[in-house]
Design a protein around this ligand. Structure first.
Ligand SMILES: *Cc1c(COP(=O)(O)O)cnc(C)c1O
Length: 310
C-alpha cells in the first residue's frame, strides 16, 4: 500500500479507532503498565502533513519525566540503519525484514508505525497480540516472539487466523508444535484454501539457563525431525535466537544451526529465515546474516515494567 497522499483521510480513520481502543487500553494496558503510569494521550500532526506522528507524554510520576516518542522518525532511522548495514555487507537491498516489537505499547503507537508503512509486528503475550490484531488492519503480519504456553496455542491461532498470524518464532518443544499443529488442522477443516502456520525454531545460542530455546546441535536436529515428520500443518520457515548482549558468536551459532536444519530438511539454507538482532545489535546481526530483525525500544521507546515486572 502506498503511503503518500492520503494523510488527512487516514488520520481521521485512525482517530476513529480510538474509541474501541479506549476500552482495551484501560483494561489491558493498565494491567500491564499499572494505573499510575497510564499516560494521557495526545495526537499531534507533525510538520510533514501526510504522516501523523504520535507523541505520548507520560503522566507526572515521581520522576516527573516527560516521554515523547516520535515513531515516524524512529522508524525512518531504523530503516536507514538497516539499509546501510545491508549495503555495507553486500547483501541485496530489502533482504532484511523489520519486525517492530510493540509489546506493552498502546495501540496508537502501532497505528503510527502502520501509517509509516510498517506491516510486521512482534508481540510477546498471546492475549495482547489477539487484542491488537483485532484492532489493526488486516494486512498486518503478526509474529509471536514470546514464550507461548501450549494451552494458549489454539486460542491464539483461532483468534488471529492464518492470514494474519505469520509466524510463531518461539517453538522449542514438540508439545507446543503438536498443539499448534492440531489448532491449524482444526482451522483448515472447513475452508477451501488451506494454509500452514509458519514457525521458527528458537535456539538458545548463549547457553544461559534463563533463556528459552533448544540447544544447538542434536536438540535442534531432533526437534526439526519430529516436527517435519509429525506436524504437517506447520511450516518450518527459519530459526530464531535472542542471544546474549554483546556476544556476536550467538549469531554465528544460529547460522550454523540453520545450515544443519537445511540439510535435514533437504532445503536451500537461504530459504530459511534467521531471526536475530534487537535494538542493541541489529546491525551486527545483519552483518552475520539475519533476514529478520526484531526492534522494539528504538522504535517505540523504553518499556516500563516497574509496576508489573516480567
Ligand atoms: C522485547 C523483545 C525484542 C525487542 O527488544 P528491544 O531491545 O526493545 O529492541 C526482541 N526480541 C524479543 C524476543 C523480545 O522479547
Amino acid at each position: 500500500m502506498a503511503m503518500g497522499g492520503h494523510g488527512v483521510a487516514t488520520y481521521t480513520a485512525f482517530a476513529a479507532l480510538r474509541t474501541p481502543f479506549s476500552a482495551y487500553y484501560s483494561s489491558t494496558l493498565s494491567r500491564i503498565l499499572g494505573p499510575a503510569l497510564r499516560p494521557p494521550l495526545a495526537f499531534a500532526v507533525s510538520s510533514r502533513p501526510a504522516i501523523p506522528s504520535v507523541f505520548v507524554m507520560s503522566a507526572s510520576t515521581s520522576s516527573d519525566a516527560d516521554i515523547a516518542v516520535d515513531i515516524a522518525s524512529n522508524i525512518a532511522s531504523v530503516r536507514q540503519r538497516m539499509g546501510d548495514a545491508v549495503a555495507a555487507n553486500d547483501r541485496p537491498p530489502g533482504s532484511v525484514r523489520l519486525v517492530a516489537v510493540s509489546k506493552t505499547k498502546p495501540l496508537e503507537f502501532l497505528q503510527a508505525a502502520y501509517e509509516n508503512g510498517q506491516r510486521y509486528f512482534g508481540e510477546n503475550y498471546a492475549q495482547e497480540l489477539m487484542t491488537k490484531a483485532s484492532e489493526l488492519p488486516d494486512d498486518v503480519s503478526w509474529h509471536f516472539i514470546g514464550p507461548l504456553q501450549s494451552n494458549k496455542a489454539a486460542p491464539l491461532v483461532k483468534a488471529v487466523g492464518l492470514n494474519k498470524l505469520a509466524c510463531i518464532e518461539t517453538v522449542s518443544t514438540v508439545k507446543l508444535a503438536e498443539k499448534l499443529n492440531r489448532a491449524v488442522e482444526t482451522m483448515n477443516k472447513d475452508v477451501e484454501e488451506k494454509k500452514k502456520l509458519g514457525i521458527y525454531i528458537q535456539v538458545n545460542t548463549s547457553g544461559e539457563e534463563s533463556k528459552s530455546g533448544v540447544s544447538p546441535g542434536c536438540e535442534v536436529a531432533d526437534l526439526v525431525k519430529k516436527i517435519s515428520e509429525e506436524c504437517s500443518w506447520l511450516s518450518i520457515d527459519g530459526l530464531m535466537t535472542i542471544g546474549a548482549p554483546g556476544d556476536d558468536s550467538c549469531f554465528d551459532i544460529l547460522r550454523l544451526c540453520r545450515d544443519e536444519v537445511a540439510s535435514i530438511l533437504d532445503r536451500d539454507p537461504n530459504d530459511l529465515e534467521l531471526s536475530m538482532g534487537m535494538s542493541g545489535d541489529f546491525e551486527v546481526a545483519i552483518a552475520k546474516g539475519a533476514t529478520s530483525v526484531r526492534v522494539g525500544s528504538t522504535i517505540f521507546g523504553d518499556r516500563d515494567y516497574s509496576n508489573n515486572p516480567k
